[in-house]
Design a protein. Structure first.
Length: 439
């Protein structure tokens, strides 16, 4: 049992405890179960780390929060939280009753956090205060909570996965165009591997990244990680094929370096930007590539390859990625929280913030800005619209990211250590994750 498996148990226990909690954070007295206005002149906001660093996020967000304060008289206390601790912070806040008024959540957690009853539901009356649901793209709203329920959060930033490729490295290897199928990706990767450079970089030590790729490849192999009733199905034949195919980039194909098994802090973006790897599968990487010295004309972006050209779920090239804005139910500034949500989803802020982060506005009227007509964002927007699927909107989705993501991390560690990764090995890891899910 490796260290990550032990951490799984702690996190999954916390998530399980979370599902039993209905109290939210903020601490204000309530009369309608939806917060108070005990502290009308202040808000606490937990932002996710969208930029290249915490400092970068503060540079982006602080001027906008000052604008909000000038408009409303409400001072916003900002805390930017790294992704590797954000979910744990939310769980702790929910169980303790001590937390922010407003926060960012990964859109894949929407249904899990919704099931706690801790988040303000965006019913028709609340949605009307931000201009109505029709302002948001359907794909973004589909990842904002369980089907047939009011959204648990508002879409804030939209993202999709793309295949980034180094134009010069491709040209030098005699490759004319990016791969369209997985077999082509492996073939090209082998041509590009050598002399200390590799065909592709992966973030094998990051459970969230691992779970996303497991989901995308799972769809391509006809697998769902939950059945229609929400019961986990982690070790199906299609799921095993998906995880093995991803881990084999290090294990069998050897087109990603063994050291990538430990990458968990965007090191793969750095390696791609500095020419150590020729390909990268990432969400809206432009900002990170620029910060690492790579110019936009040095790389291209294509859709993630599929198994064979086709349509339907087996043509899935991305999960519906993005960040949502949530309000805790018992905030002690409910009116201020609603004003803040309206401000952050306004056309102006959507253009400003999504341009700064290289993401796509989920507010349709903000997408027409020329800033979002760059070659990479055109590809990502097309992927998001035509060949993306939301992760399962079930209450246990966050456990899936933790358990399957860490199982994949363990398999990458095996590969890096020279241990053979077989289908049986993968099935055993996924079965263990499924058993842990059911405890």
């Amino acid at each position: 049992m490796r260290r990550s498996r032990a951490r799984n148990a702690v996190t999954v226990t916390a998530v399980a405890a979370l599902t039993a909690v209905t109290a939210a954070c903020g601490g204000g007295s309530t009369t309608n179960g939806e917060g108070s206005n005990d502290k009308p002149k202040e808000l606490t906001y937990w932002a996710s780390n969208q930029g290249t660093s915490i400092a970068h996020d503060k540079r982006v967000l602080t001027p906008e929060l000052k604008r909000f304060e000038k408009q409303t008289g409400i001072k916003v206390k900002l805390e930017v939280i790294p992704w590797d601790s954000l979910l744990d912070r939310i769980l702790a806040a929910t169980s303790s009753g001590q937390g922010p008024d407003v926060l960012n959540i990964g859109n894949t957690w929407s249904a899990s956090l919704q099931a706690t009853g801790a988040l303000l539901p965006w019913d028709d009356a609340h949605m009307a205060k931000v201009g109505g649901a029709k302002r948001f793209t359907p794909s973004a709203l589909a990842a904002a909570g369980a089907p047939q329920k009011d959204p648990a959060a508002l879409p804030l930033y939209s993202l999709a996965y793309g295949l980034y490729y180094n134009k010069k490295m491709f040209k030098d290897a005699g490759i004319d165009e990016p791969p369209a199928t997985w077999d082509e990706l492996v073939k090209d990767g082998k041509k590009l591997t050598g002399d200390g450079k590799y065909g592709i970089a992966v973030e094998g030590g990051d459970p969230v990244e691992n779970s996303h790729h497991a989901f995308i490849l799972g769809k391509q192999h006809g697998a769902d990680f939950f059945d229609p009733s929400g019961k986990p199905n982690f070790d199906s034949p299609g799921a095993v094929k998906a995880v093995k195919q991803y881990v084999d980039l290090v294990a069998a194909e050897k087109i990603a370096p063994p050291g990538n098994a430990e990458y968990a802090k965007r090191e793969s973006v750095r390696d791609f930007a500095t020419g150590k790897a020729a390909m990268l599968m990432w969400q809206a990487a432009a900002t990170g590539l620029k910060s690492n010295g790579m110019k936009p004309d040095e790389y291209g972006v294509a859709p993630i390859p599929v198994q064979t050209p086709g349509s339907g779920e087996k043509g899935t090239r991305s999960m519906v990625a993005g960040i949502n804005l949530a309000v805790f139910k018992n905030t002690d500034n409910i009116d201020g929280a609603m004003k803040f949500a309206k401000f952050m989803t306004s056309d102006k802020e959507q253009r400003t913030l999504n341009e700064a982060y290289g993401s796509i506005p989920p507010v349709k009227s903000a997408q027409s800005d020329k800033a979002f007509d760059t070659p990479d964002l055109k590809v990502l927007r097309e992927v998001l619209t035509t060949s993306s699927a939301p992760l399962p909107q079930v209450k246990d989705e966050s456990k899936f990211e933790t358990l399957v993501g860490n199982a994949t991390k363990d398999l990458f560690a095996d590969a890096a250590a020279g241990r053979k990764v077989t289908s049986a090995t993968v099935e055993k890891e996924l079965s263990a994750a499924q058993q842990q899910m059911r405890k």
